[in-house]
Design a protein around this ligand. Structure first.
Ligand code: SF4
Ligand code: SF4
Length: 371
């Protein structure tokens, strides 16, 4: 690969986290500060057109400003995902780097958010951080929400709130992987959750923003995902996209059951690692991966690469809107089959990444059969 080709990278700067989310056990398996990715290793990363800094909770790191400074030299755009709890640290960093985007994960309206996040006062802190960032003129600010049974009714109200505040609104649904140290996440009432996504898709399509129309397509894909169906677009992770974890391990994504390692940037150069036989083995794995996840980290690059499919979907649905016809989740075969009894809850559960035969304990996943 030419070193000039810009990649899409996610840098997991720490596995430490101050929250105790119901859908993620990462806080039980934190990294130790002394083993977390160093500035020297970050300097070895390739040129990127987009970098997501994430965790754990990235603002736990004392040297996050130095990390952003180094990544600014390598990347055209940086977005930090955070739970928004450390308001002062976030405001201080954005004063120094006003172009950096901030996505604060809020898991519902106040009561629901605090319950899911396991952070008393988490909603007020996150929301206050968002408002203060906006008041200071920060443009690239937004909410992120992981939709599940418990918070699905808050989906459209939270979108409307973000819209009123002129903010971005990013969605996800439950996933299982080594990264979340969790294998039992699953949507129980799929039609109910899908209906709330359907409401959001219609709000997005009804807006005047082309970016939101494409977000509508992403959320349409989330409905497809929660029914355990094949991805609407191919997954090309590890080809022009990568994740790096706090230990310097470079991986295709954060969605695999076990960690897949292409190489280690603490001990290798980028070119050596990226062009290695091990990296090719991981790419081969990606080509046949059947986890069908639909997270923005893998879908956004795919939507850019295979733009025709989402673009045609957007055009078709905007035309429908002009004829006063709305988007319906029953455009998806899986929703019709579920309604008609041809696809059952058990079949969807089986196709999902949820594995009830495992237990997460002390931050690791065990097979319950061997316990
Ligand atoms: S989902 Fe994020 S904020 Fe919640 S425990 Fe996991 S790493 Fe922390
Ligand atoms: S489908 Fe893609 S993003 Fe998901 S686990 Fe497989 S390789 Fe990773």
């Amino acid at each position: 690969m030419s070193k000039e080709k810009k990649l899409n990278g996610t840098v997991i700067v720490t596995y430490r986290c101050n929250a105790h989310c119901t859908m993620c056990n990462r806080y039980k398996a934190p990294s130790r500060p002394e083993e977390e990715i160093s500035i020297e290793t970050i300097r070895k990363l390739p040129p990127m057109y987009f970098t997501n800094i994430t965790g754990g909770e990235p603002f736990i790191r004392d040297d996050l400003e130095e990390i952003v400074e180094e990544l600014s030299k390598l990347s055209d755009r940086i977005v930090i995902s955070t739970n928004g709890f450390f308001t002062d640290r976030i405001l201080k960093l954005t004063e120094r780097f006003p172009k950096v985007g901030i996505r604060i994960s809020i898991e519902g309206l106040e009561e629901t958010n605090n319950e899911i996040r396991g952070l008393p006062d988490g909603y007020r802190r996150g929301y206050e951080t968002l408002k203060q960032l906006r008041a200071r003129g920060m443009k690239d600010v937004g909410f992120g929400m992981t939709v599940q049974d418990r918070n699905a009714p808050d989906l459209v109200p939270l979108y409307r709130l973000s819209d009123e505040l002129g903010m971005e609104f990013a969605t996800a649904s439950l996933h299982n992987s080594f990264y979340f140290v969790e294998n039992k996440n699953v949507i129980h009432d799929r039609p109910m959750v899908a209906e709330h996504f359907e409401g959001l898709v219609n709000e997005l399509l009804n807006s005047g923003s082309p970016k939101k129309w494409f977000r509508a397509y992403f959320n349409h894909g989330l409905i497809n995902y929660i029914y355990g169906q094949n991805r609407l677009l191919p997954c090309d992770m590890a080809f022009d996209t990568f994740f790096i974890d706090p230990y310097g391990d470079v991986m295709p994504c954060n969605g695999t059951k076990e960690k897949k390692v292409m190489g280690n940037l603490n001990t290798q150069s980028w070119d050596e690692l990226w062009n290695s036989g091990q990296a090719d083995k991981v790419r081969e794995f990606v080509r046949h991966c059947d986890r069908n996840c639909w997270m923005i980290g893998s879908v956004s690059p795919a939507m850019h690469k295979y733009i025709l499919k989402p673009a045609l979907w957007v055009v078709a649905h905007k035309l429908k809107f002009w004829k006063k016809k709305k988007y319906s989740m029953y455009e998806l075969q899986c929703c019709r089959d579920y309604r008609d009894g041809k696809l059952t809850k058990e079949m969807c559960d089986q196709r999902s990444t949820c594995d009830m035969l495992t237990e997460a304990e002390d931050g690791r996943i065990f097979s319950a059969i061997n316990m």
